[in-house]
Each structure stands twice: as structure tokens, then as C-alpha cells.
Design a protein around this ligand. Structure first.
Ligand SMILES: Cc1cc2nc3c(=O)[nH]c(=O)nc-3n(C[C@H](O)[C@H](O)[C@H](O)COP(=O)(O)OP(=O)(O)OC[C@H]3O[C@@H](n4cnc5c(N)ncnc54)[C@H](O)[C@@H]3O)c2cc1C
Length: 392
């Protein structure tokens, strides 16, 4: 039996951050992971450059059944704190749209930094270790693994969400919660492309590769970003963002011309006596192939002068309020995150410890806090794990 102060399950973003902080306090820390490598998701994130945080972190950029829960952790360990760590390691980075911060060179810089910090404070990271069972006996946690038995005073569950099972995602964290009587809210794939109904798929798959700046909305949220047509359906940042707010069976509304009031524009051009066809005019605003898919050839060949007010209104309505009912999403196979998870109401927002089970902590994506696209999910991993690291 190996005895230690703290066992952390999961050597990902949150597990490593929690280990560093606990190690700095002089706690003996072991991180166990079934994968053959630590931080696999860090390495694949941000197209290999890891969008590690965002200049504009705000609680409104997070989805949770308890929207207040994330506030304390995000303010106690903020993006500026993580940037100070990055600065200490002189990791070069750059800003992209919406304050998103990426490594200049490689996501490896972030992982190497975390592992170096772990090594400095004597954290033991043990990979290829499968957890077979957990018990709490006399205020200690006992873990059975295929590498022997371990016991600790504190147990931190940092097993992440369900996305990309090929990278090692498992439901272990949710199972541990359930075993200890902790509520787990239903989970679903987030930041994930939509698949289309068969007839829409046939109609739009020839547009694969086209990206259009749009506003994509549902009754909960609205995002002004690109929509990308793919062979399977719709992707691009606007679609990934709204997918986290989408429930099966719902519509989404896409404004294909958010910068323009098309009705006013067409009526203005008609008053100017422009004789162009509708097609020629719309070609100035949207990709030709997209227009051809959305409006009939008969309509497109009408001269602007011959379009009635009613027709102009209908065309504007169609392009400003294009309604799509997705067939579903691509699911956990390609999702970046899992929405839902361990109920925040069961945890202390200050320490991430379970209110009902002393010594048991949940951090990172396994908790019901899901960030927007743009570095928010890593910031939640750093912030929640830092908080737990002060107490485990
Ligand atoms: C393709 C992709 C790109 C992404 N890009 C970004 C980005 O650029 N910016 C951003 O903010 N977020 C991004 N994310 C989301 C981000 O990676 C996660 O939110 C973040 O990694 C969560 O950290 P975590 O520590 O909670 O979980 P993870 O980093 O997923 O770590 C969980 C760890 O637990 C281990 N584990 C799981 N089950 C078991 C088990 N049964 N036994 C033992 N160990 C187990 C796993 O092997 C893993 O090492 C991306 C996600 C994906 C999939």
C-alpha cells in the first residue's frame, strides 16, 4: 500500500495545476492517470497551439446550472495569474480575435511548464494506471489499481469530460461522484459541429468548405462568428458556440447578412433604377453557391425592378432568419467539451470540496461548468484546480 497526502486522478490541465499548488504547500502528491502520457488534451488543443486563456474572462462566458458557482474561483485565480506563470517560463504567445491567447510555438510549452512545476515540488505522476475501485475508510481514501493499492487523506477527481474517448476520456469522475452520493447533472456534447437532416445535408453538402460571417442564435444565446459548411453539416466557431446552448429537436436561426438590412438595401437599389437581377446583386454579399442553394433560380433571375415589396421582404427574411433544425451533433467523438457534470451545488465554490464528503474534491471539466470556445475551458481548469490546491 502506497500512502500519501493527496491523490489526484487525472494528469490533465486541472489535475496538474492542483498537484502543483498542493505540492507548493508541502503536501505529498500523487497523480494517477490511465493514459500513457500526461496532458493529451493540452497537446491537441487550439490546433496544437493551446488557447490557454483569454484576456476577457467573465462568468457570463460559462454555462452551468449554477451560474454563480464559477465566480469565486475565476476571481481568485484569474487569467492574469496564469499569464504571470507563462511569463516566468518565457513562453511566447499571441492574441487572436476576442482576446484568445495561443502559444506561438506549441502546446508542448504549456504541458512542459506544468510538468516542470510538478517536478519542482516533488509531485509524482504515475501513468498507465487503471483505477479498479475506491473506498473511504476511517477518513482516508483507498484506491485499488492495477499497479497496487494507494491511500490518501484527500482525493481530487480531475478526470475531465467525455469528449474524444480516443484520447482517454472516461466517465470515471461521474461514477465516483455517484458512488459517494453526489448529484451528477445530465451530460451532453458541447462545442461540437451540427449534423443536418438528410434533405438539408443533400442540399448543403456541396457547399463544403464555404465559411460565412453570421449571427447564429437560439432563445438562449447569440454568437457573431463564422459558420463553416462541411460534408457532414455545419461547423465553424459560431456553430460550435451555439451547440453548447442547443438541445435536441430545437431550431437555430442564422442571420447570413448581419451587417446589412437587406430589405432596405434592395429597396434603395430598386429606387436607384438598378436593372441587375437579384442574383447579381446578392453575389456582392454572399458566396454564389450559397445563394443558389437558398433561393430558386426563377427568383434569382428576376430583375430588381420587377421585384415586389412582398418578395423583397420574403428574401430578406430568408437570408436574415434562415432557420435550421439540426439532426443532431457529431457527439463526443469530435466535441471539445462536455456540458453538465458534477452538480456545483454539491461542492464548495471556495475549495471545490464536496459538502457531504470531507476530503473529496472535483475540479476542471468534470464539474458542471462549461466555458465558451476561446480559452475559457482551460481557464476554468486552472482556476478551479488552483482553489482546490490551496486546501487538499
Ligand atoms: C480537440 C480539443 C481542443 C481543445 N482546445 C481547447 C482550447 O484551445 N482552449 C480551451 O480552453 N479548451 C480547449 N479544449 C477543452 C480543454 O481541453 C478541456 O476543457 C480541459 O482539458 C479540461 O481539463 P481537465 O483537467 O478537467 O480534463 P482533461 O484535460 O481532459 O484531463 C483528464 C485526465 O483524466 C484522465 N482520465 C480520464 N479517465 C480516467 C480514468 N478512468 N482513470 C485514470 N485517468 C483518467 C485522462 O487520461 C486525462 O489525462 C479542447 C478540447 C478538445 C477535445
Amino acid at each position: 500500500m502506497t500512502e500519501t497526502d493527496v491523490i489526484i486522478i487525472g494528469a490533465g490541465a486541472s489535475g496538474l495545476m492542483c498537484a502543483i499548488e498542493a505540492g507548493k504547500r508541502g503536501r505529498q502528491v500523487m497523480v494517477l492517470d490511465h493514459a500513457n502520457k500526461a496532458g493529451k488534451k493540452i497537446l491537441m488543443s487550439g490546433g496544437g497551439r493551446c488557447n490557454f486563456t483569454n484576456y476577457a474572462i467573465d462568468p457570463d462566458n460559462f454555462i452551468s446550472n449554477n451560474p454563480h458557482f464559477c465566480k469565486s474561483a475565476l476571481s481568485r485565480y484569474s487569467q492574469w495569474d496564469f499569464l504571470a506563470l507563462i511569463a516566468r517560463y518565457q513562453i511566447p504567445f499571441h492574441e487572436r480575435d476576442h482576446g484568445q491567447l495561443f502559444c506561438n510555438d506549441s502546446a508542448k510549452d504549456i504541458l512542459n511548464m506544468l510538468l516542470a512545476e510538478c517536478a519542482q515540488v516533488g509531485v509524482v505522476v504515475q501513468l498507465n494506471t487503471h483505477i479498479d475501485g475506491i473506498q473511504q475508510l476511517a477518513n482516508r481514501f483507498h484506491l485499488k489499481t492495477d499497479h497496487g493499492d494507494f491511500s490518501s487523506q484527500s482525493l481530487v477527481v480531475a478526470t475531465g469530460g467525455l469528449s474524444i474517448p480516443k484520447m482517454g476520456a472516461t466517465p470515471l469522475g461521474y461514477k465516483i461522484a455517484q458512488q459517494f452520493g453526489i448529484n451528477v447533472l445530465p451530460t451532453r456534447a458541447g462545442l461540437v459541429p451540427f449534423t443536418l437532416q438528410p434533405e438539408d445535408k443533400d442540399q448543403f453538402s456541396p457547399l463544403s468548405g464555404i465559411a460565412v460571417p453570421c449571427v447564429v442564435s437560439n432563445k438562449r444565446q447569440s454568437f457573431n462568428e463564422n459558420v463553416l459548411f462541411t460534408h457532414r453539416g455545419l461547423s465553424g466557431p459560431a456553430v460550435l458556440q451555439i451547440s453548447s446552448y442547443w438541445r435536441a429537436g430545437e431550431d437555430v436561426v442564422i442571420n447570413l447578412l448581419p451587417q446589412l438590412n437587406l430589405e432596405t438595401e434592395l429597396k434603395f437599389k430598386r429606387r436607384q433604377k438598378l436593372k441587375n437581377t437579384l442574383k447579381t446583386i446578392l453575389d456582392g454579399y454572399l458566396p454564389k453557391r450559397l445563394i443558389g442553394c437558398l433561393l430558386s433560380d426563377d427568383l434569382l433571375s428576376i430583375s430588381l425592378q420587377d421585384l415586389s415589396d412582398r418578395q423583397i421582404q420574403q428574401i430578406a427574411e430568408q437570408l436574415h432568419n434562415w432557420i435550421i433544425k439540426p439532426n443532431g451533433t457529431e457527439g463526443y467523438r469530435t466535441a471539445e467539451v462536455t456540458v453538465g457534470g458534477v452538480d456545483c451545488d454539491a461542492l464548495s465554490s471556495k475549495t471545490m470540496e464536496c459538502k457531504k464528503v470531507q476530503g473529496l474534491y472535483f475540479v476542471g471539466e468534470v464539474v458542471d461548468v462549461t466555458g465558451w470556445l476561446g480559452g475559457y475551458n482551460f481557464q476554468w481548469a486552472w482556476s478551479s484546480a488552483w482553489c482546490a490546491g490551496q486546501y487538499v
